[in-house]
Design a protein around this ligand. Structure first.
Ligand SMILES: Cc1ncc(COP(=O)(O)O)c(C=O)c1O
Length: 402
């Protein structure tokens, strides 16, 4: 009998850990909207504006100049240097040896997880949360325990004692995202200090997803350019890996460019992981990243002003809708609010897109703790937001207030 005649022993399935991953419920809602002609999409985490010209021009110039080859695994030296300058400016001295360029934030999260967790490891994550942070460690065979933010008068809040209790000595990694997608919650500097000291004493890695750090709207007069960051408190050579991205602060979601700040002791191993994942971020995209960092500060500050205007506008408009409970969060670009019918948020969101062409994300997409809520990305102008709120009203009127 030749090898080819061997009986097929089972269905050619993926590994159990992969089969057990949760499919994206935001996609499920978007699919429910196929065929609906006029959808107003507020479901994805991106602005409706294109990347600014000076960044697109830099990419075109880099392509014209032949930046089409592989680069160093950790990124081209001028981009690493520019990132070191940018991070130092915001968070204190950081050298290029602590920086790795990645193919956007989600790849940075995967690399960070691959660096420190393996099968059977215990990981803790604070939820509701963009699902990738919870699913990525599971791909590697880790167990993820969640600690839920609570929702009350002051919006979403962390019970830090509850988090500390979950961070037992056998925990390998804490994955924490602030400013948070979907809630907009921003971790306070005091809570960061408490958690850092706790993890430091127990050798627990902190993977801090700070891709929304610039999208921060402090309600004091501090004029802070960035949300509190673990980088403000940690030394550069302890167990803290900070993940960031060009996607949000420079509107570069489709470019796939991000970075990691990590201890130098990790860098050789990180370079190997980059080699075996993507080998490097695209060469001309890295050149465009330099332009974003060197010329983009004014753009980012204007973007944040616009986003704050949109946030306030949408909070006002939604607050006027009977039954909607919404609060203005301090960061990111989402409102995560409750409304009648949201107890089955997936069904509600599917019905809204089908019936009135309103595209928002179900809270349950962000874990069971998100059920009862709906996420609305407000990164667009106020007229579009008004049109969306009008559709929400129509939907509620049709369903008798739902
Ligand atoms: C919390 C969080 N982390 C990371 C990312 C990754 O972004 P990107 O891969 O575009 O850099 C996102 C994107 O929405 C996000 O919401």
């Amino acid at each position: 009998m030749s090898e080819l005649d061997l009986p097929v022993s089972s269905t050619p399935n993926a590994r159990d850990a992969v089969r057990a991953l949760r499919p994206s419920q935001i996609r499920e809602v978007a699919n429910a909207g196929f065929g609906v002609e006029d959808v107003l999409p507020f479901w994805f985490g991106e602005s409706d504006r294109v990347t600014p010209d000076f960044i697109r021009d830099a990419a075109s110039a880099a392509l014209a100049a032949g930046a089409t080859f592989y680069t160093h695994n950790l990124g081209i030296a001028p981009l690493r240097a520019a990132l070191a300058g940018y991070v130092s400016d915001l968070h204190g001295a950081t050298s290029a040896e602590h920086i790795a360029v990645t193919s956007a934030g989600v790849n940075a999260l995967m690399l960070a997880a691959q660096l420190v967790v393996g099968a059977g490891d215990r990981v803790v994550a604070v939820t509701p949360l963009w699902p990738n942070l919870v699913e990525i460690p599971k791909i590697l065979g880790a167990h993820v325990e969640t600690v839920a933010l609570g929702y009350g008068e002051r919006g979403w809040q962390l019970d830090v004692d509850q988090l500390l209790a979950a961070l037992t000595p056998d925990t390998k990694m804490l994955m924490i995202n602030s400013p948070n997608n979907p809630t907009g919650w921003v971790m306070s500097r005091d809570d960061q200090r408490t958690v850092l000291e706790h993890c430091r004493a127990r050798g627990i890695w902190i993977v801090a997803d700070e891709v929304y750090e610039r999208l921060y709207y402090p309600d004091d007069a501090s004029g802070a350019r960035t949300a509190p960051s673990f980088l403000d408190l940690a030394t550069r050579d302890e167990r803290v890996i900070c993940v960031n991205s060009f996607s949000k602060a420079w509107l570069m979601t489709g470019w796939r460019l991000g970075w990691i700040v990590a201890p130098t002791a990790l860098m050789d191993d990180l370079a190997k992981l980059v080699e075996y994942n993507t080998s490097c971020a695209p060469s001309f995209v890295q050149q465009a990243g330099i332009a974003a960092l060197e010329q983009g500060e004014r753009f980012t500050q204007e973007l944040v002003r616009d986003l704050k205007t949109s946030r306030d506008h949408l909070v006002r408009a939604l607050s006027a809708v009977p039954g909607v409970d919404v609060k203005a969060p301090l960061g990111a670009m989402y409102l995560f609010f409750s409304m009648p019918g949201a107890a089955s948020s997936l069904e509600l969101c599917k019905a809204m897109v089908r019936e009135v062409g309103l595209g928002v994300a179900p809270g349950s997409a962000f874990g069971p703790q998100g059920e009862g809520f709906v996420r609305w990305c407000y990164a667009c102008d106020t007229a579009r937001l008004d049109a969306g709120v009008e559709r929400l009203r129509q939907f509620m009127a049709r369903h008798g207030g739902v």
